[in-house]
Design a protein around this ligand. Structure first.
Ligand code: ADP
Ligand code: ADP
Length: 236
């Protein structure tokens, strides 16, 4: 069964000067649910790799339901995407957390919206605080933390509601090299506990090869997926 499917998707924008910008043309993408030999539902880690401006963010935004195709269809579990939903979490490069909420309240936010009972919320938040290494920072505000710590909040926040799909748009692009490596390790460790599909956007080849179990190469003008590459080397 297809978790995510894009069929012949095109997206044409009109810029401020009234010119048409063909961001995507005939994008086809199918992400299927995968299972281990013992029948366990396992996660998929898919990476969209391509140069800046080739349409990677646009692809994620279409799946997130934040934008809609000019042509073609975008499906989640066989159903057309009509808007954002808690089955799809999103992590951006910056400003992914609410500045006016503490670390704990940020992580708890989606659970409150969903109406998860307080005791259960507390337990999930506490587990995630440990999982992403934010113990001791529960009552801090995100803007007082380093970039890496802020992305820990963002990851915990998006995972709290157990999304089927986690959409990550260059989440580590603004971090220094060492912090980026730490965050890549952390993400793989946490993701391994879930059966979530991650769709991760980057223009960094090394990052893509390190994280992906399968890469989609996106080319520009107009943006389209030109190649799908399995990465069978296994992770550390
Ligand atoms: P649209 O109504 O075409 O979907 P938006 O409302 O998202 O566009 O953006 C309004 C305007 O801002 C666009 O017409 C465009 O000129 C500009 N814009 C927004 N995002 C971008 C981007 N990523 N690259 C270039 N221009 C952009
Ligand atoms: P990437 O994520 O690969 O850097 P984007 O998906 O952000 O690429 O953008 C793809 C192309 O579409 C770029 O040329 C960008 O300027 C254009 N674009 C994206 N959003 C808009 C918008 N809202 N209005 C006009 N042009 C846009």
């Amino acid at each position: 069964k297809n978790k995510i499917a894009l069929r012949n998707v095109s997206r044409v924008f009109t810029n401020a000067a009234g010119e048409k910008i063909e961001a995507l043309r005939d994008v086809n993408l199918e992400v299927e649910d995968e299972f281990a030999p013992d029948g366990r539902d396992i996660g998929e880690f898919r990476v969209l790799l391509g140069p800046s401006g080739c349409g990677k963010s646009t692809i994620l935004r279409l799946i997130a339901g934040l934008d809609f195709p000019t042509k073609g269809e975008v499906l989640m579990n066989g159903q057309p995407v009509t808007g954002p939903g808690s089955d799809r979490g999103m992590v951006f490069q910056k400003y992914t957390s609410f500045a006016w909420l503490t670390v704990s309240k940020n992580i708890e936010y989606g659970l409150s919206i969903k109406g998860t009972p307080p005791a259960e919320r507390k337990e999930i938040v506490s587990h995630l605080i440990d999982a992403v290494g934010l113990r001791g920072f529960e009552n801090a505000y995100p803007h007082t933390l380093s970039g890496g710590m802020q992305q820990r909040v963002a990851i915990a926040r998006s995972l709290a509601v157990r999304p089927q799909v986690l959409l990550m748009d260059e989440p580590f692009g603004a971090l220094d090299a060492q912090t980026r490596n730490e965050m890549q390790d952390l993400l793989l460790r946490i993701w391994d506990e879930t059966a979530a599909t991650v769709l991760f956007v980057t223009h960094d080849v090394a990052e893509a090869v390190f994280l992906a179990d399968r890469m989609y190469i996106v080319s520009s003008r107009p943006g389209t997926i030109v190649e799908e590459i399995p990465v069978p080397f296994g992770r550390p």
